[in-house]
Design a protein. Structure first.
Length: 245
């Protein structure tokens, strides 16, 4: 009777060992997983909850908005000047955004009230066709550049003027249906100094929304960070570009 009992006990011990192995990880593995989770959570909080300081960022995002898309969607019922004036806007300047490698600052504190003069506003209306947009962009993004409104919009115009818009996007009278890669390639050909890692295509509601191009603090083209990860910004095989009005 002793041998059958011993066999049963050995079997039970073996089953218990297998259960423990499958349900418990070594302490080093548990620590690694926990540390990774803490690191991920701290990185995730970094750009969201940190104290944003003017002038502390990694690079600029030049954001060119496809005006016809805005006028067919968000601006359709707002009677925005760029949609009702009859001016043939194609790409307009949405803004120049200071960025971290992951995340971005916004609405940074400045020594003076972020007031934009009438002269600055008037000087930008040809490429930023909305007074409200000009004021909003400086308060939200320009304050984090560390520049005055005059300096920020001087930089914005310089970056805008540095990009050569490919011919078929200048005043298309008919809709275009293109892949994000085709749009990217058109800009790379028109701007030979630009590399694929420096530009991203953004879509929304199956339409081209905007193009983002990255620059360093000195105004030179540079590789973008995680914010411009292409698969996150537009996964569509084709995007629709409404014609210029």
């Amino acid at each position: 009777m002793k041998r059958p009992v011993q066999k049963i006990l050995l079997s039970l011990l073996a089953i218990a060992g297998l259960w423990a192995t499958s349900h418990f990880k070594p302490e080093t593995e548990q620590a690694t997983a926990r540390d990774y989770g803490n690191k991920y959570n701290s990185e995730k909080r970094y750009s969201r909850n940190q104290k944003h300081v003017a002038g502390r960022f990694d690079y600029y995002d030049l954001v060119l908005s496809w005006s016809p898309t805005y006028c067919e969607t968000a601006g359709k019922h707002k009677r925005e000047p760029q949609c009702t004036s009859g001016r043939p806007y194609s790409f307009v300047l949405h803004g120049v955004w200071p960025q971290y490698k992951k995340g971005w600052p916004q609405s940074c504190r400045t020594k003076k009230n972020p007031w934009i003069s009438r002269e600055v506003i008037q000087s930008m209306l040809d490429i930023m066709p909305s007074k409200g947009l000009i004021i909003h962009e400086y308060k939200k993004h320009g304050t984090c550049s560390g520049l005055t409104p005059e300096g920020y919009y001087k930089l914005s115009r310089n970056l805008y003027n540095s990009v050569k818009i490919p011919p078929r996007y200048q005043k298309p009278s008919k809709p275009l249906l293109l892949s994000p890669k085709e749009i990217e390639n058109d800009f790379l050909i028109a701007n030979p100094e630009m590399k694929p890692e420096m530009i991203s295509i953004v879509c929304g509601k199956r339409r081209l929304k905007e193009i983002r191009i990255c620059y360093d603090k000195g105004g030179k083209l540079t590789a973008c960070g995680q914010n411009e990860y292409q698969k996150k910004l537009c996964r569509l095989p084709k995007v629709y570009l409404p014609p210029v009005r």
